[in-house]
Design a protein around this ligand. Structure first.
Ligand code: ADP
Length: 408
């Protein structure tokens, strides 16, 4: 039996789950938020530490100047609450890393806080400027608190490294690829891997014979075509901006929009791309919110732009599903919905699946009309099964940590 910390460190937050393996039982979970928060005059503001264990949820609001202090607060709480008797019980730490480029083909054991692995993750920060530096801070904070415990990095991009060249290459001057690594890397890979593996288990077919189209529809959203457990194509690209519209991201648009708005509004390209990332998608189109619950409320109150937001989203998602169906040779066992919107928004699933009628896909309206438990939502005569499969990235991180660090 081993205890593994699965960690997702962001620029001002750390999310974690402590799991007992191989049972995959969650012993505790929580978040540390507002790390390094200061007011206008530079005075430190309180952070938020949330801890869930034994069916309880507790919140404290200490000042958390750095990630190292945040990690220490979590570890101290695990002892104080008697979740652990000693920190020696933690056998491994697994970190979610957004960008592993072409360099990392599998989850990897970290060779110390200043070793080759951390340096390589730093080198790849150009492709994930908000995420990779924050992940490194998280790795170093755990090394400081638990210097002898092995740490493993689990990349969102690794699952997509099996895409064939024809799927990951853009039709751009080839030197942009060789000089700068411009290609499709994808994201949410850990989620796509979990959901596609789980889909095979649920329908009782060997993984290497099961084809799944995974629709990860959260605030960030992506779709993958998975053939026999391997990713064949995915909708996110060099960065998470490509693909379907999301909470605040556009998804695919004509790149000329960038220079057009630069000229019209006297903005720089970086400023416009920032708007495409942070003020577009559901937020931009609905003019109301990036949160699908608010947009649903607007739609139910007759707001045209809110309804349009879901129609645009449903069209784009259905277009991707249809094109991946073709790319998978018309052999698709499961279409799986996951993440906040995929699991909870019945009207969006309904709108998407209705567009798939020419492929013989049929939704059971009654099964679709419930909340996020794992379940089939298609009719028995549907040509492709449709499932809701709540994602579980933490369990994948814990599994890989045990495997890669060879923890018994
Ligand atoms: P991310 O992890 O990318 O931040 P999530 O997977 O948490 O995103 O998804 C967030 C989205 O899911 C939001 O648009 C939110 O409105 C939607 N969502 C979450 N829970 C529900 C719910 N119970 N009902 C409807 N929508 C929900």
């Amino acid at each position: 039996m081993a205890k593994i910390m699965a960690v997702n460190a962001g620029s001002s937050s750390i999310k974690f789950q402590l799991l007992e393996m191989p049972e995959e039982k969650v012993i505790a979970s929580g978040t540390v938020e507002k790390i390094g928060s200061v007011d206008g005059s530079g005075k430190p503001l309180n952070g938020i530490v949330t801890l869930k264990y034994n069916g309880k949820k507790e919140e404290t609001t200490p000042v958390i100047p750095t990630h190292a202090e945040g990690v220490q607060l979590v570890l101290d709480a695990l002892i104080d609450k008697q979740i652990l008797k000693s920190l020696d019980e933690i056998n491994g730490v697994g970190h979610r890393i957004v960008q592993g480029g072409e360099y990392f083909k599998d989850s990897t054991l970290v060779d110390g806080p200043d070793g080759v692995v951390v340096n390589k993750i730093a080198d790849l920060a150009d492709l994930a400027p908000l995420h990779n530096p924050a992940h490194i801070v998280g790795i170093k904070a755990f090394y400081k608190a638990l210097p002898k415990v092995p740490e493993v990095v689990v990349f969102d991009t690794v699952f997509h490294q099996t895409m064939p060249e024809e799927a990951y290459m853009y039709a751009i001057p080839y030197e942009w690829y060789t000089k700068y690594g411009i290609r499709k890397y994808g994201a949410h890979g850990t989620s796509h891997k979990y959901v596609s593996q789980r889909a095979a288990e649920l329908i009782g077919k060997p993984l290497n014979e099961t084809n799944v189209i995974v629709c990860h529809l959260g605030n960030g959203a992506s779709i993958s075509a998975v053939e026999g457990g391997k990713c064949k194509d995915t909708s996110m690209g060099l960065t998470p901006l490509e693909g379907i519209p999301m909470g605040t991201r556009t998804g695919n648009i004509d790149p000329t929009v960038v220079s057009y708005i630069c000229n019209k509004e006297g903005k720089t390209a970086d400023e416009v791309v920032n708007i495409l990332n942070k003020k577009s998608g559901y937020l931009g189109l609905s003019g109301r919110s990036n949160d699908a619950r608010d947009v649903t409320e607007g739609m139910n109150n007759g707001d045209h732009r809110c309804k349009l937001t879901f129609d645009v989203q449903a069209k784009r998602v259905a277009d991707y599903i249809a094109s991946y169906w073709l790319y998978l040779g018309g052999k698709v066992d499961v279409i799986a919905f996951t993440a906040g919107m995929g699991e909870n928004l019945k009207h969006l699933r309904q709108k998407i699946v209705a567009r798939l009628a020419p492929l013989g896909v049929k939704l059971d309206e009654k099964l679709n009309d419930t909340f996020s438990d794992e379940r089939i939502i298609s009719t028995p005569d549907s040509k492709i099964q449709v499932w809701i499969i709540p994602t579980n990235e933490e369990v994948m991180i814990a599994r890989d940590t045990v495997r890669v660090a060879n923890i018994k």
